[in-house]
Design a binder for this molecule. Structure first.
Ligand code: ACO
Length: 332
């Protein structure tokens, strides 16, 4: 039995936070943000809109496009670092309930921007082992809830949104997800973290309540490790599977920074049309960024059945991952 990437869906909240808006909030400029990151705007969830709400909307679309009955789903995984609730219940269980899926195995993955690739790897393993048949994987983030809007080093980067996919069992090898790479190195944990609020911080730590869960990032150091790791990981997955970069129809990297994406694309000798870019309009949506980008090329008619996708992600942890995935759904 093989695992096939059957469908994609996404949800983008309506409110837009532009670079001009940020100029009024912190000491920054549209010129600096665009030049250093490639971001023009990002979408922000409504105050009462949760990570699970956005995940549900993306999931409904993915389920419909997969052409399955929702009751055929036997596992729900949500990749997120901005869950509805700290610790428990998991956002995946809330999404499953809102979709009307009772008794299904559901849990969250915490691997920051690599979360969707980790979820894909778990779905593939459960399907190939014969334990599950239709796995709903979701990347959903309300990063605005954990962003410090007084810190110009991070608040210009992040946005909200969700993407979802159905991974299904198939006997057709041509549809099979070819390979998924995943890795981590906790020695770099301090590059990108929410330092307070967990068991690693003292109860009487100052500002525990106020700023406890805001993201802190050593941007420049993270940038260098990101370029190095993303490049070496995609080179390895292509070599191990004996696939030339010219065979990749869509290179879909995590959308953190245009300069990182450009450096990795150049290292792989990719043509411009092979590289999927959404960072300009969505910013960095962490675990949601790759499925939102896949949905973008689906919606615009660029993604067709059989197209080979190369996914590449990097995030807090540090974590990283890549995947070689033929699209096993019908194009739009
Ligand atoms: N506006 C204006 N100036 C700024 C801003 C801003 N928003 N932010 C920083 N600066 C200043 C700095 O203070 C610094 O000034 P100085 O030279 O006087 O000290 C200068 O700009 C350069 O700062 P750097 O941090 O070196 O800028 P850099 O070119 O590295 O860009 C950025 C910063 C955009 C954050 C970049 O480092 C980056 O994209 N890092 C990687 C992010 C990433 O991939 N994260 C992993 C995934 S995210 C996740 O897992 C949730």
């Amino acid at each position: 039995m093989y695992a096939a990437f059957r469908s994609i869906g996404a949800y983008v909240p309506t409110k837009i936070l532009s670079n001009a808006d940020l100029e009024r909030m912190v000491d920054t400029s549209d010129e600096w943000i665009f030049k250093r990151t490639g971001i023009k705007e990002r979408h922000i969830a409504a105050e009462n809109e949760t990570t699970s709400d956005m995940g549900v909307e993306a999931a409904k679309i993915a389920i419909e496009r997969a052409g399955i009955d929702k009751n055929q789903i036997d596992m729900v995984i949500c990749a997120t670092i901005s869950p509805d609730y700290f610790c428990m219940p998991s956002t995946a269980t809330i999404i499953a309930d809102k979709l009307g899926l009772q008794k299904v195995m559901a849990y969250d993955i915490s691997a920051a921007c690599t979360g969707f690739v980790y979820a894909l790897s778990v779905a593939k393993a459960f399907i190939e082992s014969g334990m599950k048949k239709n796995v709903l994987i979701i990347g959903s983030e309300k990063l605005s809830a954990i962003t410090d809007y007084t810190d110009r080093g991070t608040c210009i980067l992040f946005g909200d949104g969700a993407g979802a996919a159905i991974i299904s069992a198939t006997s057709a090898q041509s549809e099979a997800i070819i390979d998924v790479h995943t890795g981590s190195d906790g020695a770099y944990a301090d590059l990108l973290m929410t330092p307070n609020g967990g068991s690693g911080s003292a109860h009487d730590e100052p500002n525990r309540e106020e700023a406890g869960c805001f993201m802190k990032m050593k941007g420049n150091e993270t940038f260098k490790v990101a370029v190095r790791t993303l490049t070496s990981d995609v080179v390895a997955i292509l070599e191990e599977n004996n696939i030339a970069s010219s065979a990749i129809k869509h290179f879909i990297p995590h959308q953190a920074n245009y300069r990182i994406i450009k450096a990795v694309g150049d290292a792989l000798n990719l043509e411009e049309e092979q590289v999927v870019l959404t960072v300009e309009k969505y910013g960095n949506t962490s675990g949601a960024s790759i499925p939102m980008a896949i949905n973008d090329i689906y919606e615009s008619g660029r993604l067709q059945e059989g197209d080979l996708m190369l996914l590449d992600a990097f995030g807090g942890g540090l974590t990283w991952g890549s995947a070689l995935v033929p699209f096993a759904g019908k194009g739009k």
